[in-house]
Write a protein that binds this ligand. Structure first.
Ligand SMILES: [Zn+2]
Length: 185
């Protein structure tokens, strides 16, 4: 499966970090999100296999990845050198990117996460949070089914379809997309 959307989402940097440039497919990403279960406190709990410490595991090709590290890479890019991916929520199976941070100290982690919390996804607690413009653009651009998108952003499948059909946020044009710089390249 090769589409321009998938290539945009999987930046060269992300692919290199994942080490799966030729194997990571749209189906892999959809499979990742199919194993994410959003619970009441906003955590994205991994419903697939876990390691002895409780971290989620996912096999891609012949390699096994920790699901929270995959989630961080999907959303933020490469893990900074010398840093670990930690959970602000202290919930090892959680993959919510807004609950993750790269750091070497707990204090670092909490500080960085507070700043980056609304970067791409809201940490929605009740599923009724208002979307931001950047989230709407992301919803339109990400190459995933409405069901997966609904889960990622804690909104209804119906709302995903309305956003994609421009029945909501009509004024927001695609040319303002987060990936505009990639398209221009
Ligand atoms: Zn969490």
């Amino acid at each position: 499966m090769r589409t321009s959307n998938v290539q945009r989402f999987l930046s060269p940097q992300n692919c290199r970090v994942l080490g799966v440039k030729n194997n990571l497919t749209k189906q892999d990403i959809e499979r990742f999100f199919s194993k994410v279960k959003i619970v009441a406190n906003g955590c994205w709990e991994w419903s697939g296999g876990r390691d002895k410490d409780g971290y989620g595991k996912m096999r891609i090709g012949k390699r096994m990845f920790l699901s929270h590290r995959l989630s961080y890479k999907f959303h933020f890019g490469e893990v900074p050198e010398g840093k670990e991916i930690m959970h602000r929520c202290d919930n090892p199976p959680c993959c919510n990117p807004s609950h993750l941070c790269a750091g070497s100290h707990k204090e670092n982690c909490q500080d960085r996460t507070a700043k980056g919390r609304d970067l791409l996804f809201s940490g929605s607690k009740n599923g009724k949070s208002k979307l931001t413009a950047s989230q709407v653009l992301r919803i339109r651009e990400l190459p995933f089914s409405p069901e997966v998108i609904a889960k990622m952003f804690s909104i209804s499948v119906t709302q995903v379809k309305r956003l994609r059909n421009f029945q909501q946020w009509r004024h927001l044009g695609m040319q303002q997309g987060l990936f505009a710089e990639n398209r221009a390249a």
